[in-house]
Design a protein around this ligand. Structure first.
Ligand SMILES: Nc1nc2c(ncn2[C@@H]2O[C@H](COP(=O)(O)OP(=O)(O)O)[C@@H](O)[C@H]2O)c(=O)[nH]1
Ligand SMILES: [Mg+2]
Length: 352
């Protein structure tokens, strides 16, 4: 049963960068991963692409042939993909059965809020056995303005209701949020979406004419009780790990590391390695279902890292990297001198 993610969000919200980050993380974790680019407008794709919609249809050809603009052309491409679902299914069958599959979607908002093609494609994938979660990226700078935050809430709710998947909303580029000025509330106010009535003053200052309408939207969002946000800074390993854990929990995915060489597949690692070096396969269920812990698992940690004490953390991390670099250089120098010693003094040379 293949697991995966449908990565959606407005243009520039960081979808392709996230897919690349996830590819790097999974490769480091020895988790097999494949990325499917479904965005025909994606130029200079940063990640290794297992399947590319560009080999089925090109946005430029559609625009030239039908005289469409980029938006109309994009919708045509997605309708074409829907009509040629066999193409996608055949390519997906060629992937490794253990691959975790990321679908990098185009940024056109209507695709995840009202246009039916993406929804129909997802429905067919789900029917064919995919266990998917929607990961909806929203640029974190929108939370620095109350009325923009209301738009993001509406957009997120709409995408949740439209895509009908386990859904994780994410405030992306959280590492840049400090650049946009002080937040009116702590970050947890925006991620937990608990009591939006606090926005009333700000909304009536910013757009007095529509304050009542904005508040009605807020209470609608609150009534559904569905919208909440995770945060993401794609270059922060802890942030990526935390988000991965949340998504795995949403899809029910538990990654069982492959057994050591020589063991039959699907068995636990029974090698003689010390337990600290072996995957803890016996308690996988317990740890997967347990509470999520880790350095960025609490939004207050995220606030401290990226807002309250960003400079101090940056300086600390820089010093750590420098130290790690030094250690690597020292180790390389040590190895080099060992090799030099061995070549100038080969074993057995003493006796001759
Ligand atoms: N600082 C920072 N920049 C990011 C992050 N994620 C994406 N970006 C930048 O945002 C821009 C748009 O990203 P891209 O992945 O192309 O967005 P897409 O249109 O949603 O695929 C690029 O310049 C990325 O480098 C992040 O977590 N932190
Ligand atoms: Mg992209």
């Amino acid at each position: 049963m293949p697991f995966g993610e449908v990565v959606c969000g407005s243009p520039g919200s960081g979808k392709s960068t996230y897919c690349y980050g996830k590819h790097q993380l999974f490769t480091a974790l020895n988790r097999p991963i494949a990325i499917v680019n479904l965005d025909p407008a994606n130029e200079n794709i940063p990640y290794p692409c297992a399947i590319d919609i560009g080999s089925l249809i090109k946005l430029e050809d559609v625009m030239n042939e039908f005289g469409l603009g980029p938006n109309g052309g994009m919708l045509y491409c997605m309708e074409y993909l829907e009509a040629n679902h066999d193409w996608l299914e055949d390519r997906l069958k060629e992937l490794d059965k253990d691959d975790y599959v990321l679908f990098d979607l185009p940024g056109q908002v209507e695709l995840s809020t009202n246009h039916p093609s993406v929804k129909n494609i997802i429905r067919r994938l789900t029917k064919s056995g995919f266990r998917l979660a929607a990961v909806h990226l929203c640029d974190a700078h929108y939370v620095t303005d109350a009325s923009k935050f209301v738009s993001v809430l509406m957009l997120s709710l709409r995408a949740m209701l439209h895509l009908e998947l386990p859904h994780i909303n994410v405030l992306s580029k959280i590492d840049l949020i400090q650049q946009y000025g002080d937040l009116d509330f702590n970050l947890d106010f925006y991620t937990e979406v608990q009591d939006l009535s606090y926005l009333e003053n700000l909304l009536s200052q910013q757009s007095p004419r529509y304050a009542a309408l904005n508040m009605a939207i807020c209470s609608l969002v609150e009534d559904f009780g569905l919208v909440g946000f995770e945060t993401l800074a794609v270059e922060d390993k802890e942030s990526m790990l935390h988000l991965t854990h949340i998504i795995d929990k949403a899809t029910g995915c538990i990654f069982v590391p492959p057994p050591s060489v020589g063991q039959p597949p699907d068995t636990v690692d029974a090698s003689n390695k010390p337990s600290s070096e072996r995957p803890n396969t016996y308690s996988l269920m317990t740890s997967a279902a347990g509470p999520i812990r880790g350095p960025r698992s609490d939004v207050r940690d995220v606030q401290e890292r990226w807002i309250d004490a960003r400079e101090e953390y940056d300086a600390f991390e820089k010093a750590q990297w420098r130290r790690e670099g030094q250690l690597v250089q020292e180790e390389a120098a040590r190895q080099k001198s060992k090799i030099r010693e061995r070549t100038s003094n080969p074993p057995g040379s003493r006796g001759t």
